[in-house]
Design a binder for this molecule. Structure first.
Ligand SMILES: Cc1cc2nc3c(=O)[nH]c(=O)nc-3n(C[C@H](O)[C@H](O)[C@H](O)COP(=O)(O)OP(=O)(O)OC[C@H]3O[C@@H](n4cnc5c(N)ncnc54)[C@H](O)[C@@H]3O)c2cc1C
Length: 226
């Protein structure tokens, strides 16, 4: 899996600060004063904690993502407040490759069985293309493990939301790995903003799942019924 930040809103902290200050200042956005980093962070944090999250939509990030499975991209594109451009299996002859889950890689027996299925699928894909079947139809035989490339743009509000779900220690391993890399990329731009990208239990103060990984107690242990 390869993940790179391709582009982001310039001066993200200042952009968020101007958006937030505009809401609470007699001055318009064009005359908001310069502020120290400390002051900007403090206001942004306050606004986030208060739930006034729409200001976070003024900053967005574009990521280039390669070598992830179709199983992953299918989950990823379920997030609707984002823009995606994915390598087409209709127009591109898919190069042979495979994303192998660690649980399968660890077992020689499982790996052999898995590889057998993958090799067979690729053999059929190649055979169908040789028969003159269009790529858009031959692709029906390709497995979920087929690698894909995708460009994703998300604003910070949605990035916090999706990271909350996908950085959960109980999230599916590949999408969790993706969001770990995404956080690493955001950290290179701004550590303060990257700190908002946490499993959602960190923001909530409790685990909303049925079983907790132990990072936070279960909801019922924290919020008692009246
Ligand atoms: C652990 C886990 C298990 C899952 N299992 C399944 C499964 O078995 N089957 C399955 O089909 N999916 C499953 N999903 C996918 C899940 O149901 C969501 O489709 C996916 O996580 C997208 O997230 P989202 O709906 O929060 O919001 P996004 O699309 O990321 O949108 C962000 C937020 O915007 C708001 N929003 C967006 N669109 C609307 C809308 N139309 N109406 C109202 N509010 C909206 C909501 O507040 C939403 O949380 C699973 C996800 C997770 C994390």
């Amino acid at each position: 899996m390869r993940v790179r930040l391709i582009q982001h809103t310039p001066e993200p902290l200042r952009t968020l600060y101007v958006a937030a200050r505009t809401c609470y200042s007699p001055a318009g956005p064009l005359s908001i004063e310069e502020a120290t980093r400390e002051k900007m962070e403090s206001l942004i944090e306050k606004v986030f904690i208060s739930g006034h999250e729409s200001i976070l939509e003024h900053v967005s990030f574009t990521f280039g993502i390669e070598g992830v499975s179709r199983a992953l991209t299918h989950q990823l594109v379920r997030h609707r407040i984002a823009s995606f451009s994915q390598q087409s299996q209709r127009y591109v002859k898919i190069e042979e490759g495979v994303v192998v889950p660690p649980s399968i890689k660890r077992s020689r027996e499982a790996m052999e069985l898995f590889q057998k299925g993958i090799d067979h699928a690729w053999e059929i894909y190649r055979g169908l293309l040789e028969m003159g079947i269009k790529k858009e139809d031959a692709r029906f035989i390709l497995p979920n493990a087929t690698p894909s490339s995708i460009v994703m743009t998300m604003n910070l509000r949605e990035l916090i939301h999706t990271s909350g779900l996908r950085l959960c220690f109980r999230a599916q391993w590949e999408i969790r790995m993706l969001f770990t890399y995404i956080k690493r990329e955001v950290k290179k731009v701004d550590r303060f903003l990257a700190d908002f990208l946490q499993p959602r239990c960190i923001h909530l103060g409790y685990c909303p799942e049925k079983k907790t990984c132990g990072l936070r107690p279960l909801k019922r242990e924290v919020i008692k019924d009246d």
